[in-house]
Design a protein around this ligand. Sequence first.
Ligand code: RNT
Ligand code: ZN
Length: 417
Amino acid sequence: MNERYSYAKERYTKKGIDTEKAIETLRNVSVSLHCWQGDDVRGFDTDPNKPLTGGIQTTGNYPGRARDPKELMEDLDEVLKLIPGRPKMNLHASYAIFEDGDWADRDKLEPKHFQKWVDFCKERGLGCDFNPTFFSHEKCDPLTLSSPNEETRRFWIDHGKACIRISNYLAEQLGEKCVMNIWTGDGLKDIPGDRIGPRRRYKEAIDEILKEPFDFNKVKPCIESKVFGIGVESYTVGSAEFALSYAAANKDKCIPLMDNGHYHPTEVVSDKIPALLTFFDEIALHVTRPVRWDSDHVVLFDDETKEIAREIVRCGIEKVDIALDYFDASINRIAAWVIGYRNTQKALLYALLQPVEEEKALQDEQKFSKLLNLQEEFKTMPFEDVWNEYCMRCEKPLDDEWFAEVERYEEEVLSKR
Ligand code: RNT
Ligand code: ZN
């Protein structure tokens, strides 16, 4: 045990915090690593140069984007070397891998199209989450599950059902639950003539998807809400109230998912976590960084990320499925992945080192000045030393060590693409 850690441990112990327990807890918490940071959400099942649709946007053209499954897996391996904790993969359906002549459209996808990913995860001891891809495809008219066109809706319902079967397969093969997130960019640019029609169709379409058999202990379908997207500024079918009501009315088959980029700028997801966990046993999160809108910037070790982590810890870390969701094409993509993942880990460790019980007691006793002072005092506790110890126990580099490896990789691999 290094000296700085021993000192930090002692300081925290005096405050009633067990640093060993915090480290051990975090080592066992899964945090999903999104495959789509590596190639700007392009995927492999359609022309990679087609536009990204659904109201999401990657900006920037930093060299070195992964262009095929081999490159993406290579990049993921590089990321896995540099992040501590217990990562889990998170795939989109558009990342299906086809053998020669084996291409299938999204409504016909099968578990075998993800076999290479299953092998990848097995070799590295990772679980895997999954997402149907309801965007960037010619069958978006531009609506999907809420389209008035029966044929369009059918196609996307069949896609959702195929994804349930794939999620089941991932959970069974990897022995870890698979969180399957339903998000569509369905919405309108301008003032709707009918708001309830698309929502009714969306509801019925999700009902149909969830009729596909699955074991709710292994597959966790989620409904992700959104406030608006680029090109769909005036109306989002899957709004917050819609998604939350759907999940509440179907608690036996799905859970709500909150993405912290999907609310009005002064709303905070940290406060919504305990609100939802008053009613749900389990919820899912997409951790991102919105800058003025759902811009999906790299996650920082900032106040709201810390507050989100604090609420996760206070409410029960096992009740929240944590996934990252951002995509920055303007900087080195490996660095983007690693910075965001490490910051999420950092925020969780920081939260695990807070005096939760004492804070609760002070609030209940209405000792608010003492509470405020305690919260401030903890901000300058020797957190860095516990974080460094955590990284070392995970056999991963420290904050000032990993970037050189990314530079080497950029020079030797990325710059040659
Ligand atoms: C979009 C949603 C959604 C996507 C991913 C790629 O605003 O956040 O979760 O980012 O599915
Ligand atoms: Zn999201």
